[in-house]
Design a protein around this ligand. Sequence first.
Ligand SMILES: [Zn+2]
Length: 270
Amino acid sequence: MAPGVHVRRHEELKLNCGLVVGSERSLVIDTRSYRSLGQDLLESVREITGTELVVVNTHAHYDHCFGNVAFRDSQIYAHSGAADDLRRTGEHQRRQVVEHLRSTDREGLADEVEDTEIVLPFYLVEEDTVLDLGDRSVELLFAGRGHTDHDLSVAVPDVGVVFAGDLVEEGADPAMEDAYPLEWAPTLSALLDKPAAGLADTWVPGHGRVVDRSFVESQAGQLAAMAERFAEVLGTGIAGVDSLANAGRGLGLTEDTLRLAAVRTLELRH
Ligand SMILES: [Zn+2]
């Protein structure tokens, strides 16, 4: 995407991983879903750079961090909430993935996920953190709750690139299972306003095609409109999943997304 800044796009889940090459160290962003995929990523990184590798997990969903085992000799960064979340939900995530793979006749992959050791990130941050890669630096950014309560983005200010993790999603709706639907838009706005991301016009979503700043602004707008309509319904005091989901129609979000967002919104009020 820019000198020393790479995105690796994968067929599975349209997942994007990143690489920022520095003179002393290079940063790998997200590690894929299980050991051999992480290993494959590591090998492709090694075709580009022989420097020491540092890793960041944008969040604790399996497709972004179960490949950590292939990078276990590296410093692995994440938000402290990601480590907590992975400790709490890692085995549950594994069971869900394995079940899904077995039910779709992918026994070999299911076995692999079962055998993949979950390696927790252990360099934990809670606020914006600069990582020195030698001749350039990158910034780990935390702008608030959105896709999860611990999403980190990675800004590469010298070339105007941001790896946004699943805070930005292209080709599918923002994923709501663990989301903070009413906080997501303000978080995106805060991220867009951060100095390290402010001039960036190349945004790498967790899944899908690389997008520009205006795409991110319009996704923030869509989420803000949904939140505003949800808030109106909540204000009536008789909000349910159906009434919330209905209120969100017409914004370009699928029925499934709206219902999940509604369920999460109601859960979070209790
Ligand atoms: Zn995710």
